[in-house]
Design a protein around this ligand. Structure first.
Ligand code: SF4
Length: 214
């Protein structure tokens, strides 16, 4: 089990990575395993301070076994560059690891089944900031309906981790006019939080509460 190994703090990052990949590749915990070409585990260093989370693998990712491939990958790469973030600054992953057929949203049961792997990744990476790409990923992580059209760039507090919802690069590929610019802005905000130039989610929410009672 991935979770058993994650509890083994003496395991090397290489061994943890192999075990996580083995667990996901062998996983048949939900029906999505039947339609996948390649499960997409995640990519990036386990000591990254930033985690970037999408909703699911799409066609290119399913074929290549890598998160954010094809056009969405190009948009994300450019936005990270503009924000001053290198590829090795972030761990990239998705809420579910196998592609839903026809690129439909994952069902609540599929999300719940795959949470074992996502939780393991959270325990391994221990991010300080999470950028959630798209309303679906943000809603799953914050456990309430989130519309990135309304709250992109807000800094939420997720048990001590700053969570910033923003547009998914696929929105930019689809032609949503504000998507690419907002993604660049919000990745820049994530970098500013990491650099101490912007308040964390916890600090932001504490300030908002203080204003509300003051
Ligand atoms: S989506 Fe997640 S839970 Fe479902 S089969 Fe793939 S790895 Fe397992």
């Amino acid at each position: 089990m991935t979770s058993d190994l994650v509890a083994d703090v003496t395991a090397s990052p290489a061994r943890l990575r192999r075990e996580l990949e083995r667990a996901v590749r062998a996983c048949t915990s939900c029906g999505l395993y039947g339609g996948r070409t390649t499960p997409v585990v995640g990519e990036g260093p386990f000591d990254a301070r930033l985690m970037i989370v999408g909703s699911k693998p799409r066609r290119h990712e399913d074929l290549q076994g890598r998160p954010f491939a094809g056009g969405t990958g190009n948009v994300l790469d450019q936005a990270m560059q503009v924000a001053g973030l290198a590829k090795q600054d972030a761990y990239l992953t998705t809420i579910v690891k196998c592609r839903p057929g026809d690129d439909r949203p994952a069902t609540p049961d599929e999300v719940e089944a795959c949470a074992q792997h996502f939780r393991a990744q959270l325990r391994l990476v221990k991010p300080e900031v999470i950028v959630a790409l798209g309303s679906f990923a943000a809603s799953v992580l914050l456990r309430r309906p989130i519309d990135v059209g309304r709250v992109a760039g807000y800094r939420f507090d997720l048990q001590g981790v700053t969570l910033i919802p923003t547009y998914h690069p696929a929105d930019a590929v689809r032609g949503v006019p504000q998507a690419a610019g907002t993604l660049r802005r919000d990745l820049s905000a994530a970098k500013a939080v990491l650099d101490g130039r912007l308040p964390t989610g916890a600090q932001t929410m504490a300030e908002a509460r203080a204003r509300a009672v003051g």
